[in-house]
Design a protein around this ligand. Sequence first.
Ligand code: GDP
Ligand code: MG
Length: 163
Amino acid sequence: MSFTLAIVGRPNVGKSTLFNRLVGKKLALVDDQPGVTRDLREGPARLGDLRFTVIDTAGLEEATDESLQGRMRRLTERAVEMADVCLFMYDARTGIMPADEVFADILRKKNANVILAANKSEGKAADAGVIEGFNLGLGEPIRLSAEHGEGLGEMYDVLMPLS
Ligand code: GDP
Ligand code: MG
């Protein structure tokens, strides 16, 4: 049995970087500009001997009438509905921002099965931000660095029972 994991969170936290790492191809666009990917992207993921489907939620689109927040909310809700489990990612270097609370709220309202991940947590500078994640009330954050490939072992341990 396989499962579907949706990576959700505000723009620029590193969702597409993790997606690319799990899929191993540049299916999702990663850019220094927050939120350049467009919609939901789905790909076959592998993590050790685990095989599953991963969904990357995008950020901003060019000019549309919809606000960034409205769009993120809509796409996140869609991703949550498609997924068995959501990896809610925040940026450990900035700590919890008001926008993160919005996503936490969506996940709670949708009763989503949530794995909390503190990304960009390489180095001591992220320590305080990692701890802030506990305040979301979504459990203990996994310390992740999508860019440097750290914390994937912890992620494996959490996902393994789902496979
Ligand atoms: P998304 O908008 O959530 O999809 O974020 P992206 O994956 O596009 O990443 C946004 C920026 O954060 C890019 O410049 C990435 O290189 C950077 N980034 C992603 N993961 C990490 C990480 O683990 N550590 C650090 N320091 N930067 C990261
Ligand atoms: Mg992205």
